[in-house]
Design a protein around this ligand. Sequence first.
Ligand code: GLA
Ligand code: ZN
Length: 674
Amino acid sequence: MIHPKLPAIWYGGDYNPDQWPEDIWQEDMRLFRKAGINVVTLPVFSWAKLQPSEDTYCFDWLDRILQLVQDNGIYVCLATSTAAQPAWMSRKYPDVLPVDIDGRKRTHGSRVNFCPNSPTYRTYAVRLTEKLAERYGQHPSLLIWHVGNEYGPHCYCDTCAAEFRHWLRARYGTIEELNKRWNMSFWGHTVYEWDEIVPPTNLNGDNRCFQGMALDYKRFMSDAILACYQAEYEAIKRITPDLPVTTNIWGLFNGLDLQQWADRMDVVSWDSYPQMNEPMSQVAMRHDYMRGLKHGQPFMLMEQTPSQQNWQPYNSLKRPGVMRLWSYQAVARGADTVMFFQLRRSFGACEKYHGAVIEHVGHEETRVFRECAQLGAELRELGDTLIDSRLRHEAALLFDIDTWNAVEITSGPNVDLDYAKQAQKMYKAFYELNVGMDVISPLSDFSGYKLVVAPVLYMLKPGVAERIEAFVKAGGVFVTTFFSGIVDENDRVTLGGYPGHLRKLLGIWVEEIDSLPPELKNRLVASEPFGKVAGEYSCGMLCELLHLEGARALAVYGDDFYAGMPALTENTYGEGRAYYVATDAEDRFLADFVRTLCERSGLEAPLEAEAGIEVTQRHKEGKRYTFALNHNARPAGVRIDGANRDLLTGRTFAAGDNAELEAYGVLILEEAER
Ligand code: GLA
Ligand code: ZN
């Protein structure tokens, strides 16, 4: 996103001046300038201050801070402050307070603690947003709108129950159709009137007995919460049609249908909080997922901590250089902003031990501040060079929230089956090769890809099987794994043999699905090598017993009564090929298998690099920018394959050079497209 007011990498983040006396504000400005900060996000949680009572609004403090920010040449991501309603509202209008899945009415407090269907909440949220837009819409420092904050929690109150019934009526038309979609003849649950439907709470024992219903409730909640966002979005657009609007996403989160949400955002923004020892591939995948939500458009890193969190079990410090490295990792994967939570560390309540650019000591002589200021200076130097550049990939991973939810709420076949983990496991095999991959919805256009992988494609929504078939027919390579093609969008099994509508494409029939506890393993044995896949690998969790119907077996099970049955298959279909991995094999198998597929499809890393160096490439206006990110705590190198120049140091390299990166070091190599 090239913003006319600030065509540069936005650098800054959440700032809560209303928690501080005004004499501190001046000092904040001095420190922000010193750190190279050019944007502040505010007022994210100030509804109570902006509207102290039902009939009074109070903007003068916000006027003053915005003036001060403007005087200091800093821009604003203006938040609507609607994530935490004031106490007077919860007290006077109890419909604002949500009911949780266990049927308990919540009391006032915390945040994102409102019923999304509460008419009171929606009315007052939109009213506040309108007032902010009217008052500040023309403010010269205003860059973008930030609606709410990390939407998510679901509500099960009576208002929501009534709205759910309306939603179902609109979706299914008749009660007969609803009975069919949810298979309500099971356990005698047929309903005859809409009012007989109650939300799937735990009040009746287990909210997950009817997965069709539980899934629909999740979809309905996503829609209801989206309507809150949408109402503010529209209010803003009526007044400032040209300013972009976003809301910050939690990351890989299945409480909302993020694809649908992203369609309503002008730019995707998200909050990245990796754990210290989390595999970097998982962080990379989250960035890629955010980029994929808007089909490759750059996204905003709205929040990350400069140093530590407060809410993780172990809130480790980011080691020297790591904040910088992870910031560039976001940019390397498509972020056009680097923003923090928070700029000044609060001194009371639950985030006082959350890191900040300005720490409790209050001055700039801290490691964290110095690192922030160094990064600020570097980003300023980069100017608009990288802004709006794009990544180009020939591999895609299909990822779908509905499928995630369906796998999560299904009863059986194995508690260890975790959709997101399976996606991460597959993604990791590509990540370790530095073969770039987009993470996209199964309803996206696959035509630009050579290789599409869809681990645990459990649910096939209408049209998905046809799209995959067309992709393979035209020469694409498709890979899916166990527990795929099993159900439709209502979690009803597709009868006639697994994997349902993928059976023809894959040339197989899965007859049975064995489920193993973690201590029991089988073996996946490649009788003849298939590229790098050779010898045997451990496998387990789910082992599917399948028959070939046109496919050929590339590997078989080594043990148990199904020893010798296919565990890995390949089917030629049209001009392309479709692979099926019938069991959860060890990482080493996926590494060998994915390497083989990449080699055969001509997919390569942008640069040859030592292990632990992440490499990506962004493209813009005839130039390409290759990022090398050294996640190792020791120096490591990349092999340069053409003349280029590091944007960060100005160092030039020639083909054949071995460029060494220091521990946690970064290179951004600029060169003309070849
Ligand atoms: C989230 C929120 C922020 C803050 C951070 C702390 O991302 O959006 O308000 O609470 O977490 O890590
Ligand atoms: Zn509710």
